[in-house]
Write a protein that binds this ligand. Structure first.
Ligand SMILES: [Zn+2]
Length: 613
C-alpha cells in the first residue's frame, strides 16, 4: 500500500516538473532531416581573427524605418519627431527616417526631417527597385542638404527563386537599371544639385546569398553609379535573417571587401538582425573583417528578434577605451524616449541600459565591488583615474547613474551590501565584525518581508538596532557630564543620566574618558561591563568633520555593539557607550536577576541604582 502510494507520488512529482502530457514528440531526434543549415563561403586564408577594432565605425540608426516597421503599433509623426531629435542629440549623423513611398505618414515625416535635420546629418530613405516608387521617394527628399537613397533587391536563392521568380542574370540587370535610374533623378539632374546624394544598395539577404554572386551584383551597381573618393557608394550587407555563426558572416564580409574593387570608393555597411541571438557578435566580427559602417537600432528593436543593438555596440567600444562618437550620458532620457515611442520596455537585463545591469545583490559581488571602490579612491589620490572595479565594466556615472544604485540589498546580500549603504549615506565605515553583526539583522528583516530593502529602510534599521542618536525606547540618556583629568593615568567622571525618567548622578574613575564613564555606569547599574573592541574614525571634511566611534561591550557573557557620532570625539565615545548599554538593557543582559518583563527589569535596576546613591 505504502509502496503504491510512493509510486503515485513520484509520478505526480515528475508530471509537475515535465507537464502531464509531455511526450517530447515535437522536437525531432534528428533535426538534420528538417534543417540543413546554410552553406556559406569559408575562407581558408582569413585575416580577420588577428585584427583589432581601433576606431568607431560610421553609425546609421534605423529605428524610424526598420525599427518602426516592426512595431505592433507604429510611431505617430510626433513620436517620430521626438525620436529623431533624441537620435541627433546622441550624435547620430546618418538616420534612416522612413519608407516614403509606402505611406503618406512616412512621406510627410520625411518632409519634416528634410526641413529640420542639422546640416551635417544625412537623411536616409528606403525604396524598392521600382521606378514609380523611386520618383515619389526622390520627391520626398526635395531640398535636403544630405540624402542617402537606399534601394534593395532580393539576391538570395530562396527569395529570388521562390518569392520573386527571378534568375541571377535578371536580378543583376534590375539592380543596374535601378542604380542608373536613381542616378538620373539625383546626381545627374542639374536641378538636384543642392543635395549631396549618396547611393546605398542592399543585396537581400546578403548572409544567405552566395557571396560570389553578392560581389558580382554589387560590382555591377558600383560601375553604374560611378562613386568617387569624396562620395563613395554604400553597400549594405544585411544578415536580414541571421542564419549562421558570427564567424561565417565575418568570412563573407572579408571575402566581399577583398573582391569588390575600388575599395576606397566603397563603404561596407553591416546590417545584422538577431535571429540566433548573435547580432552584436556578428557585427563586431564584421568590423574586424573590414566593415566601415553599422546599421542598427537603440536597444535592439526591430523585426522579429530585432536589429543589432547600437547601445551595446557603442558602449562595448567605449569600455575598451575607444570613443564611439555617440553620447549615452543621459541613458535615462534615451530609455524614456525609446520606451514611450516604441511602446516596448527596455529589458532590465539589457546590456548597459537595463535597470538591473549595474546592480549587485549577491554578497560576494557586493563585497568585491565595495573593496574595488575603496582601492579606486586610493588610486585616484595618486593620480590614477583608471576604472578597475570588480563586476562593473562601465562606471555607472558615465551613463548618468549613481553609485547608490550599484549595490542593492535583499536576503541574499552579505555584510558588504548593507555596510556600503551605511557608508554612502552616513559616512560610517563599520568595523568588519560589526558589519557581520548588522548584516544578520538586515538579512532577517529582508527575509521576513520577502523583498529587497531600500536604503532608507537599512539606515533606520541601523539607527533603531544600535540606538543611535537617542532613538525612542532607550533606558539611558546622558544629560550632562564632566571629565576631570587627575593625572596622566587617572580621569574622573561626574555625570547626570536619565534612567527611565529618573535623573541620577553617577561618578566613575578610570585611565581615560571611556574607562571612567564605563566605570560610572557599571557602578550605577551594579554590574560589570567590559570593552571588547573600540574603533573610531572621522566623517566628512573641514568644519563639518565629525567623529564616529564604535564600541563592543560584554556583560554576563552577552555582547552588543554601539555607535556614537559627534563633533567632539569624547562625546562620540560617550554616545557609543550609551548606545551599547541601552542594547544590553534591551537584551536583558545587565543583571542576573533581570526579570522577564521590561517593567520588572527596570524596577530591579532602579532599586539597585537608588541603593547606590
Ligand atoms: Zn533589417
Amino acid at each position: 500500500m505504502f509502496k503504491r502510494c510512493r509510486v503515485v507520488l513520484q509520478k505526480a512529482l515528475k508530471d509537475e516538473v515535465r507537464g502531464p502530457n509531455s511526450s517530447y514528440s515535437n522536437m525531432l531526434k534528428d533535426p538534420s532531416t528538417k534543417y540543413s543549415g546554410f552553406q556559406a563561403i569559408y575562407l581558408t586564408d582569413r585575416t580577420w581573427p588577428n585584427n583589432h577594432i581601433k576606431k568607431a565605425p560610421r553609425w546609421l540608426a534605423t529605428d524610424l524605418r526598420d525599427g518602426n516597421q516592426s512595431l505592433p503599433d507604429p510611431m505617430s509623426i510626433e513620436q517620430k519627431q521626438e525620436y529623431f531629435k533624441k537620435l541627433v542629440q546622441i550624435g547620430l549623423k546618418e538616420i534612416e527616417v522612413s519608407f516614403p513611398s509606402a505611406s503618406q505618414t512616412d512621406f510627410d515625416f520625411t518632409r519634416w526631417a528634410v526641413k529640420n535635420a542639422p546640416e551635417d546629418v544625412d537623411i536616409q530613405v528606403l525604396v524598392q527597385s521600382r521606378e514609380r516608387l523611386i520618383r515619389r521617394t526622390i520627391d520626398s527628399l526635395e531640398g535636403a542638404k544630405r540624402a542617402i537613397v537606399h534601394t534593395y533587391l532580393a539576391t538570395s536563392d530562396l527569395f529570388r527563386n521562390v518569392v520573386f521568380g527571378m534568375s541571377r542574370k535578371e536580378a543583376l540587370e534590375k539592380a543596374v537599371r535601378t542604380a542608373k535610374f536613381v542616378r538620373s533623378l539625383t546626381k545627374d539632374d542639374a536641378s538636384q544639385q543642392r543635395t549631396n546624394w549618396t547611393y546605398e544598395f542592399s543585396p537581400e539577404c546578403f548572409s544567405s546569398t552566395p557571396t560570389e554572386f553578392a560581389v558580382d551584383i554589387c560590382r555591377a551597381v558600383k560601375d553604374a553609379w560611378e562613386p568617387t573618393l569624396e562620395n563613395p557608394i554604400i553597400f549594405n550587407l544585411p544578415a536580414t535573417i541571421e542564419v549562421s555563426t558570427p564567424n561565417v558572416y565575418a568570412d563573407q564580409i572579408e571575402y566581399f571587401c577583398r573582391h569588390i574593387g575600388d575599395r576606397d570608393r566603397v563603404v561596407v555597411s553591416l546590417h545584422c538582425h538577431n535571429d540566433r541571438g548573435c547580432g552584436v557578435a556578428a557585427t563586431e566580427l564584421g568590423l574586424l573583417a573590414g566593415g566601415d559602417r553599422i546599421e542598427g537600432c537603440l536597444f535592439g528593436n526591430g523585426e522579429r528578434t530585432g536589429n543589432v543593438d547600437l547601445v551595446t555596440l557603442a558602449l562595448n567600444l567605449y569600455t575598451t577605451g575607444i570613443s564611439p562618437d555617440l553620447d549615452f550620458s543621459d541613458m535615462k532620457s534615451i530609455i524614456d524616449v525609446a520606451e514611450r515611442c516604441n511602446k516596448i520596455p527596455v529589458h532590465p537585463r539589457a546590456p548597459y541600459g537595463g535597470s538591473l545591469v549595474t546592480c549587485a545583490f549577491s554578497g560576494s559581488h557586493q563585497d568585491a565591488i565595495k573593496k574595488g571602490f575603496t582601492a579606486q579612491e586610493k588610486r585616484r589620490t595618486e593620480g590614477d583615474n583608471s576604472w578597475q572595479i570588480p563586476y562593473l565594466t562601465l562606471d555607472p556615472q558615465d551613463i548618468g547613474r549613481n553609485y547608490e544604485a550599484v549595490i542593492r540589498v535583499n536576503s541574499q546580500s552579505g555584510k558588504g551590501g548593507a555596510a556600503w549603504i551605511v557608508q554612502r549615506n552616513l559616512g560610517l565605515d563599520l568595523p568588519k565584525p560589526m558589519q557581520i553583526d548588522f548584516s544578520s539583522i538586515v538579512q532577517d528583516t529582508a527575509d521576513g518581508l520577502g523583498r529587497e530593502l531600500k536604503a532608507n529602510e537599512i539606515i533606520s534599521l541601523l539607527q533603531s538596532h544600535y540606538n543611535v542618536d537617542n532613538c525612542a525606547n532607550n533606558s539611558i540618556a546622558v544629560k550632562d557630564y564632566n571629565f576631570h583629568k587627575i593625572s596622566e593615568q587617572s580621569t574622573h567622571l561626574d555625570a547626570i543620566i536619565d534612567f527611565d525618567g529618573t535623573e541620577i548622578a553617577i561618578h566613575g574613575e578610570g585611565n581615560g574618558p571611556i574607562s571612567s564613564f564605563l566605570n560610572a555606569l557599571s557602578k550605577a547599574l551594579g554590574i560589570e561591563m567590559e570593552v571588547e573592541t573600540y574603533a573610531e574614525h572621522s566623517v566628512g571634511q573641514g568644519s563639518k568633520t565629525k567623529a564616529a566611534t564604535y564600541v563592543k561591550l560584554s556583560c554576563n557573557g552577552v555582547t552588543r555593539w554601539g555607535i556614537g557620532m559627534h563633533e567632539s570625539i569624547t562625546r562620540a565615545s560617550v554616545n557609543s557607550l550609551v548606545s551599547c548599554a541601552n542594547s544590553l538593557i534591551k537584551a536583558r543582559a545587565l543583571s542576573e536577576d533581570s526579570v522577564k518583563t521590561e517593567d520588572g527589569f527596570a524596577e530591579t535596576i532602579e532599586k539597585k541604582v537608588k541603593a547606590k546613591f
